[in-house]
Design a protein around this ligand. Structure first.
Ligand code: MN
Length: 133
């Protein structure tokens, strides 16, 4: 066993996020037959991901603030600390903070056979889509 090395916080890229979002990697696969990875994601007020999907789905565990999770049918779900939201494989969605408060969630997912296909990034979420609730 080992204590995993500390990995620096990174700021998520503007191509895939609106507003300020920071990512702390928590764990990643050690071996070729491992798939699970996780991180802590912090969103500034109003910040959100672009539209995207995950090849093997994703679990989001809210740890602070109110998370907004939107899907293509126009639904925007609110999730509170202690709640876990599941997005199935291939479902296009976004996640973010409310306009008035920071939000933090754990993001837990399994990698695709080709790691570049784990997450498919799409267009940014418009203000109209973000405000739809
Ligand atoms: Mn996601």
């Amino acid at each position: 066993m080992n204590v995993e090395p500390r990995v620096p916080t990174v700021k998520n890229p503007p191509e895939q996020f609106t507003g300020d979002v920071w990512f702390d990697p928590i764990f990643a696969p050690h071996d070729a037959d491992q798939r699970m990875s996780g991180g802590l994601v912090r969103f500034a007020p109003g910040a959100r991901t672009a539209w995207h999907s995950h090849a093997r789905g994703q679990y989001l565990r809210v740890t602070e603030g109110t998370a907004l999770i939107g899907t293509r049918d126009g639904t925007v779900v609110e999730a509170l600390p202690g709640q876990t939201v599941y997005t199935p494989p291939g479902e296009e969605h976004w996640h973010g903070a409310t306009e008035d408060c920071f939000m933090q969630h754990l993001a837990l997912l399994e990698g695709a056979d080709d790691p570049t296909e784990t997450t498919t990034w799409l267009e940014h979420v418009t203000d109209a889509e973000y405000g739809r609730r």
